[in-house]
Design a protein around this ligand. Sequence first.
Ligand SMILES: Nc1ncnc2c1ncn2[C@@H]1O[C@H](COP(=O)(O)OP(=O)(O)OP(=O)(O)O)[C@@H](O)[C@H]1O
Ligand SMILES: [Mg+2]
Length: 279
Amino acid sequence: MSLLEVKQVNFSFNSRKFFKGKNQANKVLNDISFAIEEGTCLGLIGSSGAGKSTLGKVILGIQRPQQGQVLFRGHDIYNADKATRQKIRRDLQVVFQDSYSAVNPRMTAERIISEPLENYEKLTLDEQRRRVSELLERVGLDEKDSKKYPYQFSGGQLQRINIARAIALKPKLIVLDESVSSLDMVTQSLILQLLKELKDDFGLSYLFITHDIKAAFSISDHIGVLEKGELIELYNSKDQFFSSKNPIVKRLRDSILAEHPRFRTITKHGIIENSEKLI
Ligand SMILES: Nc1ncnc2c1ncn2[C@@H]1O[C@H](COP(=O)(O)OP(=O)(O)OP(=O)(O)O)[C@@H](O)[C@H]1O
Ligand SMILES: [Mg+2]
């Protein structure tokens, strides 16, 4: 059984605007199916507005699809009983792009990280403090950081705190929605490295949502391309992605070239090749 199975999911936002008396539905996800196996990372790439975050929310149980199913360890997350739903909520965590808006600015790092522990585990204050120290250390911060407030951290440090909170309950799957996208290149690669280590140490699985193909390839075992609400292709390797003949995938490949002209090479026939060195 796969850890997560998404089966023929369709999702629309119901527009409030009426056109000729009809309620216009804005279809965002069209018949999406895929699976994520335990201990693996699926990178989901696609341009802005493709439906990536919406798909993340459907998987997190936030946006109920009009059709289709999301199965977590075989349980339909939208039709599970209360106890199962609670267990799933524990096993499914999320880290968003904007590290500052994801935290309460009036809480110390210790309180931010302890929140899920308070909700799900009955620990003594001493045990809780010890867990928070271990988690801070695990994400590359210091025990002394526990008393600091969000404004006292850099974006990268605060993202480490968000990651510490996400792993506090030892979840099975983390949805990472553009989690490294607003960080500078150096911080980005350090956080990606941390995510890879955590994945290996705890057998975590990720849905890594990004528009950054390079970041996606550095961490993912499989890559899916979402465009205009359709899951166009799924790849098991970089080679498959680079040899795809799909015009949308080709455009995505070209966009890497456009962003990084220094990686372009011009052949003797004057043809511009290729982005593979990038990744
Ligand atoms: N709450 C909402 N109500 C109505 N339409 C929405 C809502 N949220 C998103 N949409 C629309 O759904 C589509 C997909 O949005 P989504 O945020 O999932 O895209 P995305 O792939 O995550 O884009 P980005 O890379 O910019 O984050 C877009 O056309 C967007 O305008
Ligand atoms: Mg998004």
